[in-house]
Design a protein around this ligand. Structure first.
Ligand code: PLP
Length: 430
């Protein structure tokens, strides 16, 4: 599952020596493991195989590189998208609109038109006004738009408040107590077709309890709606968490055991109540499939000591990876070249690892114990496969790093490093 490991004291990804790889591609650079993505997909698939009728709809927003979309499609994934741009990318990668569900609270008319014309599988609806707009657009085209309502189950999710979505105070979904009434309204709108029901309670959740709570709360409602209108699916959303801490200390096997034990607990808790529904079940994992399949490689530019802190200034910045700044995301950081364990631990020092961007929020770690590092040393920031590159920006006019996919003994660039010319794309001087 986890494909990054030290071999002869140098960090490798699959069969590739990352130090050597950097000589060709430079830093910063995102590196993904194809094997890790496939493994995660297969393990999830395997865990829910007893359901017989289910689909894994990869949440494209986690990492939308065309090659990764293609890889997951080849594994049998459908897609969960949140914008027309994501649909465009899925189609470009060889995917089909008929295998996409379209989520999001703010779908725009032109996005709805595009998705409808391409033959989207389902619009997952988040408000009554959206329903009416989709009905109008479908009417103009003489079509019936397939829809599902996204239910907000109002359950607590133990995660960062920025990535919790299943409470009434969040902007997502339609209140539980209004769902029946709104399905009745949908049934009366001539240009809508009821296709399913959906929920998504949040992200980076590491216990089965909140998922179980949501499903138990929704089950009677789902059954009722199904009996009334005949549903083609119940989507329980994404949100399965991954390990972010201690990823490399543990050997690959024990990491695999830990992730597997969570996956097992999740499947064990959910299989029975899901099976009882006798409906096709959809899953929408993003982070779980790609999160631990990616690292961001960077190098130390400078060391700087102030009266209070030791700083390591690296060449990756918050524009390349914003998770620490945005939601205090933790990422383990490892030198590409390790010394022996004993040697290291006695010398560890506390440092802040920061980027070159002009913001105090531009950091990757604070007060982190790391072996002594100096200008030129290369580092890997771990667990960045999800919500990493996709959140990248050109802030400070910094070109985005390349993305490289490892597969066995090959390493291929799946997105080249941006050039200065890319920074002025579409701009004009008047
Ligand atoms: C973000 C999102 C997901 C994926 O969440 P992960 O935590 O990455 O699994 C799934 N479904 C919807 C509707 C989402 O918005």
């Amino acid at each position: 599952m986890f494909s990054f490991h030290y071999l002869n004291n140098v960090l490798h990804g699959e069969g590739i020596n990352l130090e050597s790889l950097l000589k060709e591609v430079g830093t910063p650079a995102y590196v993904y493991s194809a094997r890790s993505i496939r493994d995660h997909f297969r393990e999830l698939n395997h865990a829910f195989a007893p359901l017989e009728n289910y689909r894994i709809c990869y949440a494209v927003k986690a990492n939308s590189n065309l090659t990764i979309l293609r890889l997951l499609q080849e594994e049998g994934a459908w897609f969960d998208i949140v914008s027309a741009g994501e649909l465009f990318k899925v189609l470009r990668a060889g995917g089909k609109a008929a295998q996409c569900t379209f989520a999001g609270v703010g779908k725009m008319s032109h996005e709805i038109e595009y998705a409808l014309d391409e033959g989207i599988y389902s619009f997952n609806i988040e408000s009554e006004e959206e329903l009416e707009l989709i009905n109008d657009i479908a009417k103009r085209r003489g079509l019936k738009a397939p829809i599902a309502l996204r239910v907000n189950p109002d359950v607590d999710t133990p995660t960062h408040h920025y990535i919790s979505t299943g409470k009434n105070k969040n902007k997502f979904g339609i209140a539980f107590h209004r769902i029946e009434e709104i399905y009745a309204k949908v049934a009366a709108l001539p240009h809508l077709a009821i296709r399913g029901i959906q929920t998504h309670i949040g992200s980076q959740i590491l216990t089965a309890t909140p998922f179980l709570e949501a499903i138990e709360k929704l089950a009677p409602l789902v059954m009722k709606i199904h009996q009334r209108y005949g549903l083609e699916f119940f989507s329980i959303g994404g949100g399965l968490g991954i390990l972010y801490e201690g990823v490399l200390e543990k050997n690959a096997q024990s990491l695999e055991e830990q992730e597997n034990s969570f996956l097992k607990a999740y499947a064990h808790a959910l299989l029975r109540p899901l099976k009882a529904l006798r409906l096709p079940i959809f899953f929408e994992p993003g982070r779980f499939l790609v999160g631990n399949a990616g690292v961001l490689l960077t190098q130390v530019l400078y060391r700087k000591e102030t009266s209070e802190k030791n700083f390591l200034i690296v060449d990756a910045g918050m524009n390349d990876l914003i998770r620490p700044a945005l939601y205090q995301g933790h990422h383990d950081i490892k030198p590409l070249k390790a010394k022996s364990r004993e040697q290291e631990e006695s010398l560890f020092e506390k440092v802040d690892v920061v980027g070159p961007v002009c913001e105090s929020g531009d950091f990757f770690a604070r007060d982190r114990l790391l072996p002594p590092l100096h200008a030129g040393d290369k580092l890997a920031i771990l667990s960045v496969g999800a919500y990493g590159m996709v959140m990248g920006s050109n802030y400070n006019a910094r070109p985005l790093p390349p993305e490289i996919l490892l597969d066995g003994n090959t390493a291929k660039v799946i997105r080249r490093r941006q050039r200065w010319e890319d920074l002025i794309q579409g701009e004009r001087t008047l």
